[in-house]
Ligand binder design. Structure first.
Ligand code: SD4
Length: 324
């Protein structure tokens, strides 16, 4: 992962300068009359690059956006080296790795799991909740039982590395949710397939060293993720409590429904969040969005939020603009 990180640093720096212009080009050149170069995938953070690669492979072979986002984020979930999602995720303050995930498709179907333990792929369990139950959300023991019934294996998710970090953290037990390039806990992904259908996925081990039982925004439809195929989709990352208080992803989609570009919608939603949180300088929240026409946007409270954008043959990391 560190090697990947170094490899992409150069592109990230390039992307930081190019991103605003890319957005301008994207918005200006894509009108409803233009033919649009679907498929497109956009993901949070640098793990999004590998996740995009997998999602794009599926989309280019004619697969749909739901399969793409599920399989895309599974790459990050399965990577024991990253410490923010699936196996290898940092534990809560009692030493338990607890996972949150949700998924949403172009028909408005949604599935979610939360406070799930010992299962490697929460996003796939969320999809099964969506497709095989009359419910949208299962949590804790019930979600775990459902996963086992569906054939998922029980796996110990706490790696030696994360256990060591937890032991170290316990020396001070200081809980400081500063999230940035080197310290974050989530992958969110949005995709448009060749037919123009949008799906999204969001999966996380949640804030490192959170209270046992704490659930963030990532499994909450409308907070961590929202998709409306008539308009577009959005995914959030950062301090879940702030996102929960302002339903950031839903808000971005509603701003797009009102005619704003994805970029402007992200800026307005982060602006709302900032206004409602006088302590916003102490934490990070970032958002990515994609609209029906293939325009994209991203915005964060603080500098340092990176997203990965894939379309055509390109898959690149860029730094989002920020409020402060
Ligand atoms: C949470 N939103 O559990 C997640 C954390 C996150 O980068 O996105 N960190 O609050």
């Amino acid at each position: 992962m560190r090697k990947n990180r170094r490899n992409f640093l150069f592109k990230a720096v390039l992307g930081a300068f190019a991103a605003p212009f890319l957005n301008v080009i994207s918005c200006a050149s894509r009108t409803p009359e233009n033919s649009i170069d679907f498929p497109i995938v956009i993901s949070t953070w640098y793990a999004g690059l590998n996740a995009n690669k997998e999602a794009m492979r599926i989309l280019k072979n004619g697969g749909n956006s739901l399969d793409a986002v599920e399989k895309g984020v599974k790459i990050a979930e399965a990577d024991a080296e990253n410490q923010y999602v699936g196996i290898g995720g940092k534990p809560d303050r009692d030493g338990y790795v607890t996972l949150d995930a949700c998924i949403m498709d172009w028909n408005g179907n949604a599935g979610s799991v939360s406070f799930l333990q010992d299962i490697k792929h929460p996003i796939s369990v969320a999809r099964r909740v969506m497709e095989k139950t009359p419910h949208v959300m299962l949590v804790g023991e019930g979600a775990h039982q459902f996963a086992l019934e569906e054939g998922f294996e029980k796996v110990d998710l706490l790696t030696k590395k994360s256990q060591k970090d937890w032991t170290e953290w316990k020396k001070t037990s200081e809980y400081k949710p500063i999230i940035n390039t080197e310290n974050h806990d989530t992958i969110g992904q949005l995709a448009i397939d060749k037919k123009g259908n949008i799906s999204g996925a969001c999966t996380t081990s949640g804030m490192a060293f959170k209270m046992h039982g704490r659930v963030g925004d990532s499994p909450i439809i409308g907070a961590g993720l929202f998709v409306d195929n008539e308009v577009g989709g959005a995914v959030a990352t950062g301090l879940g409590e702030a996102v929960l208080r302002t339903l950031t992803s839903f808000l971005v989609v509603e701003f797009m429904r009102d005619g704003h570009s994805p970029q402007k919608a992200c800026e307005l939603a982060i602006g709302r969040l900032v206004k409602k949180h006088s302590n916003h300088k102490d934490f990070q929240v970032a958002i990515i969005a994609l609209d029906k026409k293939g325009n994209y946007g991203s915005f964060a409270i603080q500098k340092g939020f990176e997203y990965a954008l894939a379309h055509g043959d390109s898959n690149e990391l860029a730094e989002a603009k920020s409020a402060i």
